[in-house]
Design a protein around this ligand. Structure first.
Ligand code: GLN
Length: 533
């Protein structure tokens, strides 16, 4: 088994996730079996308890793991389905070591960062590789080299290098080359410092990926070579690109795969597989889409684009599939609340999407936007909280249940049309306790949803505590809000639709979490097609 480790220097938010994902795409295109791992040096055991404003969206895997959004990038670029073990955090490592210590499993030893914490990190990494039967374990170390938090991880990786030997592990340092001054000089000093910092942990990078606004010039490359001891052909440009999906192609043009293969003595074919052709064709379609539409995404975390990363990416996938550029505009639900004339704000959009979310802020704005979409027959898609809001809107404005609400927002409402899932009653811990991950869904034949999926059993990913209150289902359906899909036991409502509308569908699950470049989420694709018409 070979290991590739991607570290980051100078600043955070460099696009290490996209660099790692792109390397992954190159490797799988050469026929290698790759398993990615994201290391997050924070103390949280997983990303589930974090506000999306902190690190962007919480991504959810089939097994219910609530993980860093980079795992979403890995899944999309590498077309794999990952597990919660593929995201290692400081909290997870310590929890495991402390649990073992409490059981007395260290047999009287003093439990220390070295060797016990570093040993546990190595054990977790190796186990992921073995379980996946991988040719290459591709590890991204979150944070920036020099952070106190990442020290034990770098030490563990240094130890791993000693154990597996230099020819089996490759360190790639992703770094920033700022451009300053009126002449636009590319500055290598921050990178020199950060490589020095990395070397002080006993790790010499074999490759550098230089991020910046433009391609590296020769002078900068020479400097990096002499100060960082990295050969020129192992220094790669990663300038800002219009599409993240273009990054693997840009790397390949610089022969990155051959360099990796040579350094790791990988015995594989050249990159000319079907997987690579498909990727290039996808990027080509994405870049040359000829139509144009706009969609409004009305949410609460609109100041941070990463908070809705998977939604955005799904629209890219649909874009390539439909030859249509999709302008996604994020609108704060609170701005909708304050707006007197929704037509001026929303009529320019071809459709409206209400994404998932938590907490009361902005919910009345979301309900107002759904009413606008329904009354004016505009394509509408609701996801998770957006599904629940659609049920509340219908209850209030069609059934006349004026104070209908979710008990997440009002415990005194007379009409709790959205209520806590029965198994959530009495649950007080917040970490990993929602209804999470992939669950089977039954779709009713003859429904709009059935037309979209073309089958009656699907699997989609979930993340919620509340659901449609069963007491209101009959009444809602009688008035035209049809529940066209349920869980396998017919207990939980999974999709609702209004039949006589152009497109009015909402899902309790998150279809965007399974969308892939060459296989867009079916519900989104249908939504996009209805917006194009
Ligand atoms: N807050 C809602 C719930 O917990 C919706 C969750 C979501 O949108 N992911 O059920």
């Amino acid at each position: 088994m070979k290991y590739i480790v991607v570290t980051g220097g100078v600043i955070s938010g460099l696009g290490k996730g996209i660099t790692t994902s792109s390397i992954g795409r190159l490797l799988i295109s050469a026929g290698l079996k790759v398993v990615p791992i994201k290391i997050d040096p924070y103390i949280n055991c997983d990303a589930g308890t974090m506000n999306p404003f902190q690190h962007g969206e919480v991504f959810v895997l089939d097994d219910g793991g609530e993980v860093d959004l980079d795992l979403g990038n890995y899944e999309r670029f590498m077309d794999v389905s990952l597990t919660k073990d593929d995201n290692i955090t400081t909290g997870k490592v310590y929890l495991s070591v402390i649990e073992r210590e409490r059981k007395g499993e260290y047999l009287g030893d003093t439990v220390q960062i070295i060797p016990h914490i570093t040993g546990e990190i190595k054990h977790m990494i190796r186990s992921v590789g073995i379980k996946a039967n991988a040719d290459v374990v591709l590890i991204e170390v979150g944070g920036t080299v020099g952070d106190i938090e990442s020290m034990p991880f770098l030490e563990a990786l240094r130890e791993l290098k000693m154990e597996v030997g230099d020819e089996n592990i490759l360190f790639i340092h992703t770094t920033l080359i700022p451009v300053v001054g009126s002449v636009g000089e590319q500055k290598t000093k921050p990178t020199q410092r950060s490589v020095k910092e990395l070397r002080s942990t006993g790790i010499q990078p074999a490759m550098i990926v230089a991020r910046g606004t433009m391609e590296l010039d020769m002078k900068a490359k020479h400097k990096l070579k002499s100060f960082c001891e990295v050969a020129e052909n192992a220094i790669f440009n990663a300038p800002d690109m219009d599409s993240i999906y273009d990054v693997p192609i840009h790397f390949e043009k610089q022969n990155m795969l051959s360099e990796i293969k040579e350094k790791l003595k990988l015995n594989t074919s050249e990159i000319n597989s079907q997987k690579w052709d498909e990727w290039k064709a996808f990027v080509n379609r994405l870049k040359h889409a000829s139509n144009q539409i706009s969609v409004a995404v009305i949410g609460k975390y609109t100041d941070l684009k990463d908070a809705y990363l998977s939604y955005n990416e799904t629209f890219h996938h649909c874009s390539a599939e439909t030859d249509t550029k999709i302008n996604v505009e994020f609108i704060s639900a609170e701005d909708i609340e304050k707006c007197d004339n929704l037509d001026t704000m929303l009529s320019k959009f071809n459709g409206i999407l209400i994404p998932g979310g938590f907490g009361n802020r902005g919910t009345e704005g979301k309900i107002k936007a759904i009413e606008y979409a329904r009354v004016n027959n505009r394509p509408f898609l609701g996801v998770c909280l957006g599904f629940q809001m659609a049920v509340i809107e219908y209850s209030r404005n069609v059934l006349g249940l004026k104070d209908a609400n979710s008990t997440e927002f009002s415990t005194i409402t007379e009409h709790p049309v959205i209520d806590l899932l029965p198994e959530q009653v009495g649950v007080t811990d917040k970490g990993a306790t929602m209804r999470l991950g992939s669950h089977a869904i039954k779709i009713k034949e003859g429904s709009f949803a059935y037309n979209i999926y073309n089958k009656n059993k699907i699997y989609e990913r979930h993340r919620h505590r509340y659901e449609v209150n069963p007491e209101y289902i009959e009444k809602l359906e009688k008035h035209g809000l049809i529940f066209s899909a349920t869980d396998i036991e017919d207990k939980r409502m999974e999709i609702c639709e209004i039949r006589d509308k152009k497109f009015f569908i909402a899902t309790q699950f998150h279809p965007e979490l399974k969308s892939r470049p060459m296989a867009p989420a079916p519900v989104y694709l249908a939504f996009v097609k209805s917006m194009i018409q």
